[in-house]
Design a protein around this ligand. Sequence first.
Ligand code: ADP
Ligand code: MG
Ligand code: MG
Length: 882
Amino acid sequence: SKMVYYFGKTRTDGDTSMKELLGGKGANLADMTSIGLPVPAGFTITTDCCDQYSKAKGKMPKGLMDEVGKVVKTLEKETGKKFGDDKDPLLVSVRSGAAVSMPGMMNTILNLGLNDVSVVGLANKTGNERFAYDAYRRLINMYGDVVMEVGHEYFEEAFDKIKKKYGVSLDTDVPTQGLVELVDAYKKVYKKHTKQDFPQDPMHQLELAIEAVFKSWDSDKAISYRRIEGITGLKGTAVNVQSMVFGNMGDDSGTGVAFTRNPSTGENKFYGEFLVNAQGEDVVAGIRTPQPVKDMPKWKAPNDKTIGKKVHAELMAIKEKLEKHYKDVQDIEFTIEQGKLYMLQTRNGKRTGPAAVRIACEMVKEKLIDEKTALKRIPAGDLTQLLLPSFDPAGKKKASPLCVGLPASPGAAFGKLAFTAEEAVERSHAGEQVLLVRKETSPEDVDGMHSAAGILTSTGGMTSHAAVVARGWGKCCVAGAGAIEIDEKGRKIKVGGKTYSHKDVLSIDGSTGEVYAGQMPTVEPKLGGDFATVMKWADKHRRLGIRTNADSPADSKRAREFGAEGIGLCRTEHMFFEGDRILAMREMILADNLEDREKALKKLLPYQRKDFEGIFKAMNGLPVTVRLLDPPLHEFLPHDKKGQADVARSLAIKPAEVERRVAQLHEANPMLGHRGCRLSITYPEILTMQVTAITEAAINCKKKKVDARAEVMIPLVGTVQELAILRALAAETIENVLAAKKYSGKLDILIGTMIEIPRAALTADEVATEADFFSFGTNDLTQMTFGYSRDDVNTFLPDYIGQEVLEKDPFQSLDTSGVGQLVAMAVEKGRQTNGKIKLGICGEHGGDPASINFCHKVGLDYVSCSPFRVPIARLAAAQAAL
Ligand code: ADP
Ligand code: MG
Ligand code: MG
């Protein structure tokens, strides 16, 4: 099959639909060429070739270089230039580009095709010898670094020597002769470290460069980036070979990057940066501080006073054209060569959660996209960024910032200072909250950036590596805070005359760029405007109900404000740990006989009743699923001698008695032991107390005109017999309470079960005859289906993910092919014998967009998740339905 796709005036083989095969960059270069934008001609080698290269353990696919040879001929014909020519040489860039963008994963090689002959050709053609030798030395450096892994510092050393010789400190002040000598020096560095001469044959240069791109796919930083981003299932990277244009040919040339709208806030303003007389990555690398594109009209060149105005107008026209074509925000790279604008890249722009919401809403208003497309566009998980706290304006008024950098990625973060990526990883694993402080970040730093609470850099612009990556993750970042002097070795920074070390806390505001000393107070966000619009659209399109997992009135209230339509899981055991309750609980556990146990339970009852009343009130009119006591009893007792002595004292019994009982309760596998409904089979009085509390609370609420809708959920059922016995007991308890309270109104308390043991799923048709509802407890169901202890899984899970035994953590995202089968089966079997059964999920998966999609597909009625994930679940449920 075809390995190489050409793009140019001669012909264009690819288009934007071919991202899998040509990578995002390649597909869009072809696409931009087709819609008439000025793109330097070139060709793309498919991701299939990269896949073949990996599979063949580093052997180039057969016939690839023959095909490449043919398109190079086409390229030479179209451009009128020749590889290695002594009059007008063809020079190309070699660029990587996978289907999913991985910023800065491999360094691009520029100026390929230069050699001792063609450098003279370039000098003659451009009439600029200095420029030609500068391009050549850059090639040797990049090629040495990227292809042959010669350390960049050796080239730096050689450069420093030349600068010293000519008594200059800036690269740009080195005279032509110095650059000619530098090329020689660089060739020596190259030879010393590779034991070879710098290759003079352009086709040979090209072949090795292509191979280097293939290799970069399996580099550590690329692998680690894919792991963090959860990118799997790609074949590899494509290789783009593109004829060079030069942004460094003088004051009428330049290079830049831009977003068609503000990627941080979403505001519809063209947003970019450019540098005059600069090449390639100078903007992204943050070496010189670029100018904002809005100032471009002021740019004048000696030979062209209106150059800035012209190029700016062209860029604005291209913005319109691109947004109309892609119907999304574009992130573009461009270069101006002697007044002529070229497009080098376009892709859908990464944006923060708030920006995603605003852009989606505004594009609907502008009629660029419809409501459904808008909903699909917003990554559901990114909504958390809108729910995060920000710094309290009142607190900010009192403090004055140490300095102000660029608002690179919004949010409010604070932490102790960490100075390297490794340090950030280590200290945050050890439980510290750190800010990663760097001059500038590089792709090697992604692990550290990911584990830090926020990122602060002293150089680099809004489109620097740190800013782009942070925005992609929704991580707070302040970039280019130039007032900060970083002493990495001394582990301290200096700003405004003060020094802060790794022990000090700073706060950074990614929405304003402000940096403060100490920990600033935060406030909760206000949720209105575009966010509310998106939620309204989502509610219109979703079929799944959304409930929340909440144990307290405060959580319930918050979840309700976020749009929860009920509580899917109220864990009662959390209530037993507070204050005096734990004492009564321990008394119950330590009781030797039924009578003492009932006495202790009586003490617990009023607490429980009050808790339930609070929750029913907060959820007035909405269902509340209360799960009966679930954990093994030993969890409520201390395991150390001192703790046990304290318990003995407060209950006025002998310490030996406590010890004896703890020993008695000891189990080898408590998670598979005496817990869940098994407790109520042995101690039915526990169930009776809890159901009494629920029923009494419901009655009290009803009397106060609060519409309490209780649902009793029996955990850890494995057989229909367990449920039959406990359901009967619960029903009888409800009747008894009604009679005792002489309450004649309707309570309609549902009684159902969790499906969290594989056997319950397998026999769901039987279990359903005794249940008004099923709630899939997918945490335990995953644990028991895989046989992985969820408390210990991290001893091996990282290896499993690393070696791709598993694609992702099955406790975070539902294993649809395994655990999912049990869910699907239980849904079908349950409905067979009980047409009215209600079906939901209450495991962690209830807040995970991919799992929610699955829940929609298998026909659940609702998902339940933590309060903060409710908006995510609403959107994900709509996305599943679209
Ligand atoms: P990345 O994926 O890291 O952004 P790119 O392949 O986009 O890498 O290349 C980085 C930069 O190199 C581009 O932004 C552009 O400025 C420069 N570049 C790449 N190809 C060319 C070319 N053919 N002519 C001029 N500059 C180029
Ligand atoms: Mg790029
Ligand atoms: Mg469970």
